[in-house]
Write a protein that binds this ligand. Structure first.
Ligand code: SAM
Ligand code: SF4
Length: 334
């Protein structure tokens, strides 16, 4: 028997899910080396949810107690008419926070519209402050464009901006402090992310590239005193502060710190696949439900509620020493 829709999504381990990451596209204008292969094949359009389906999905999750939605991708801001979705989700009663994770390339023009659609927080990825290195990491990106995007977002009044920096050995591990100084100077938060083995990339061995959060903290500790903070965000970051600076310094450590105990989130891919865990393949096809029962809110709610039984206890990125999650981060929705 199907369970009735309820207002709280709770899994078998007593964890309450109140946070959704929704990938609006698998496409991107960058090809970051740790995220994508150089030659990517993207999904045919009919396999990707329409913006209307995404808005319906957002409504269903919020009706079930989700309080925060983060739009991601691929690059969410390259999806045509994405502002329409942002406005619809931003207007949902019961949603406390709508945020976007972006590479920043489109912000120069889009920041004012995002701010007026209700976006108060942005995560902007930035791994290097050297123009040439930035282009090498992103393969197609231009640093100046992203820096202009950060300025535009601040000018538009988006008050909380967090930089996301994936630190990889021999690629950008010498930029831990320069990136921090940039964040402090601009009054931005920053999170350092350990690289995750999602998708197979053939240009290098990921295990050798891992720089642990502990190592990054030690590097920072040579110059600054990091004060542990009890603050949390909706995400898995553990936060620190430096003196009286308003910036928060976060560490996302999927390898060295297992954050599964307090996991409060699920992801939906741009194809409408509900992923119960970043590091596992357990999923439910919500697109099939929406296309079989168009506009049927209870059917969709039921599918989401029942999916909670599939949420695994923890992630396993490796199995028999081989990466076990074969989807790329852009397909997962980072
Ligand atoms: N395109 C947007 C961006 O770059 O911010 C949103 C999507 S991107 C997949 C989301 C985040 O995932 C980015 O901060 C990116 O650096 C991070 N990311 C991508 N691949 C990763 C990997 N293999 N390990 C850890 N973080 C990764
Ligand atoms: Fe694109 Fe973001 Fe992946 Fe870079 S990390 S390739 S910007 S989706």
């Amino acid at each position: 028997m199907q369970s009735e829709p309820q207002t709280v999504l709770e899994d078998r381990f007593g964890r309450v899910v109140d946070y959704l990451r929704l990938s609006v596209t698998d496409r991107c204008d960058f090809r970051c080396v740790y995220c994508m292969a150089e030659d990517m094949r993207f999904l045919p359009r009919q396999q990707v949810l329409t913006l209307e389906e995404m808005a319906f999905l957002g409504r269903a999750f919020v009706s079930l107690g989700v309080r925060r939605i983060r739009l991601t991708g691929g690059e969410p801001l390259v999806r045509r008419d994405v502002l329409m979705l942002v406005r619809q989700l931003g207007a949902l009663d019961g949603l406390d926070e709508l945020t976007i994770t972006t590479n920043g390339s489109q912000l120069k023009t889009m920041a004012p519209a995002l701010a007026s659609a209700g976006v108060r927080r942005l995560n902007i990825s930035l791994d290097s402050l050297h123009p040439e290195r930035f282009s090498a990491i992103t393969r197609t990106g231009k640093l100046a464009q992203v820096l202009a995007g950060i300025d535009a977002a601040q000018k538009a009044g988006i008050s909380r901006i967090k930089l996301n920096s994936v630190i990889v050995r021999d690629l950008n591990d010498d930029e831990v402090l320069p990136l921090l100084d940039f964040a402090l100077e601009k009054g931005l938060d920053i999170s350092y992310i350990e690289e995750m083995p999602l998708g197979q990339i053939d240009c290098r061995d990921r295990r050798g590239g891992l720089v642990s959060s502990e190592e990054v903290r030690a590097l920072i500790g040579e110059r600054y005193q990091l004060l542990p903070s009890t603050e949390t965000s909706a995400g898995p970051s553990r936060y620190y502060r430096i003196g009286s600076s308003k910036s928060r310094i976060g560490f996302i450590s999927p390898h060295s710190h297992n954050f599964c105990d307090s996991c409060n989130r699920v992801r939906v891919t741009c194809e409408g696949r509900l992923l119960l865990c970043l590091g596992n393949e357990h999923s439910v096809d919500l697109r099939a439900v929406m296309r079989r029962y168009p506009q049927d809110m209870p059917a969709l709610q039921n599918a989401i509620v029942n999916a909670m039984a599939l949420k695994p206890e923890r992630h396993y990125f490796y199995h028999d020493d081989k990466p076990q999650v074969l989807r790329f981060m852009n397909a997962t929705g980072g």
